[in-house]
Write a protein that binds this ligand. Structure first.
Ligand code: CA
Ligand code: CA
Length: 327
């Protein structure tokens, strides 16, 4: 069983096996945190924007629906969560990023709620800093599955299977603080292929941020896709006029032209610190989570509690990855 506030997670593998591991409460959106509480499950809500943490002004209709959205975003129990009085978890001295937040019932991400423009919080003071009290999830083996996520230097790639239309894919990625993957360089193209080949997730076709426009592939920014970054699978592209989207096959890491009948989108999020700055090790099973300020370093962790996540492959019965928390 897992120590302290850790949960038991199961992560399915292709073969029908799964990883079981103790994990910190998993939030796929690390651009939000709770500060100043007496447990990790409560505190002043801070959001990360333009490389800076800032608070949310509780002006407007800040009620338990908003607490639920915050707790859900963080991966905590949202049911029964509630708001705390303004400023009750101490004051932040920095920027107040948002105000007049307005969430619908059952919202899974605070970032999908309506709100003021970022920084447009004139009239708010830190005595109105919004706080929430979430509930810890039970320690039972759950079905909550982390999204595919892999980081390289200061960029993390995250699979989000939740979008329903190609049009909403970009919005989905933006709601977690990033955007759909845009491959800038041949190095990034190679990294994406390696990430797919090293992942243990169910093969699927994921949307990249490119579409076919008349006679060329363009990114959502309007920039043409540089042919040197294209990494087509054999026989692809087949027919961009009927398969007008750019996709990556996660089983090979190679590109396809594809239709809108997709299973997910690959988002890209940049963080202001790199793995090398964190001093991560470079062993075979090592990787880095810049957004957690942490590294996976199997040679560094020796016992449960040293590490945030101890993976156990149920087929091989071996612990093979540890997460070393650096903060
Ligand atoms: Ca990129
Ligand atoms: Ca195709």
């Amino acid at each position: 069983m897992c120590p302290g506030s850790y949960y038991v997670y199961q992560l399915p593998l292709i073969s029908g096996c799964h990883y079981t591991y103790c994990g910190v409460p998993y939030s796929w959106n690390r651009n939000i945190r709770l500060v100043g509480g007496s447990t990790p499950y409560e505190g002043r809500v801070e959001v990360f924007y333009e490389n800076e943490w800032g608070t949310i002004c509780n002006r407007g209709n800040w009620n338990n629906l908003h607490a639920e959205a915050v707790c859900e975003t963080l991966g905590y129990e949202s049911n029964g969560s509630r708001v705390a009085g303004g400023g009750s978890f101490g004051s932040h001295s920095g920027v107040i990023w948002l105000s007049d937040v307005d969430c619908d019932e059952g919202e899974m991400s605070l970032f999908r709620c309506r709100h003021s423009d970022w920084g447009d919080t004139t009239g708010c003071t830190h005595s109105q800093d919004a706080g929430v009290i979430c509930r810890k999830k039970s320690l039972d083996i759950g079905t909550r599955v982390p999204y595919f996520e892999k980081c390289h230097e200061n960029t993390c790639y995250i699979e989000d299977p939740s979008f329903t239309t190609v049009q909403s894919a970009r919005q989905t990625c933006q709601s977690i603080g990033g955007d759909v993957v845009l491959v800038d360089t041949t190095e990034e193209s190679t990294i994406l292929t390696e990430i797919c080949l090293n992942s243990s997730f169910t093969p699927r076709m994921l949307l990249l941020g490119g579409t076919y426009n008349t006679d060329q592939w363009v990114w959502f920014t309007g920039e043409p896709v540089n042919p040197s970054v294209m990494s087509w699978a054999v026989g692809q592209p087949e027919d961009p006029s009927t398969q007008p989207y750019l996709c990556i096959d996660t089983s090979t890491g190679l590109w396809h032209d594809c239709t809108s009948d997709l299973q997910g989108v690959l988002c890209e999020i940049k963080y202001p610190i790199s793995c090398s700055e964190l001093g991560c090790c470079s062993g075979k099973n090592s990787s880095c989570k810049v957004e957690l300020r942490s590294c996976y370093c199997d040679e560094h962790c020796t016992k449960a509690g040293d590490c945030c996540e101890d993976y156990v492959d149920t087929c091989r019965g071996t612990k093979n990855v540890f997460l070393k928390q650096l903060l």
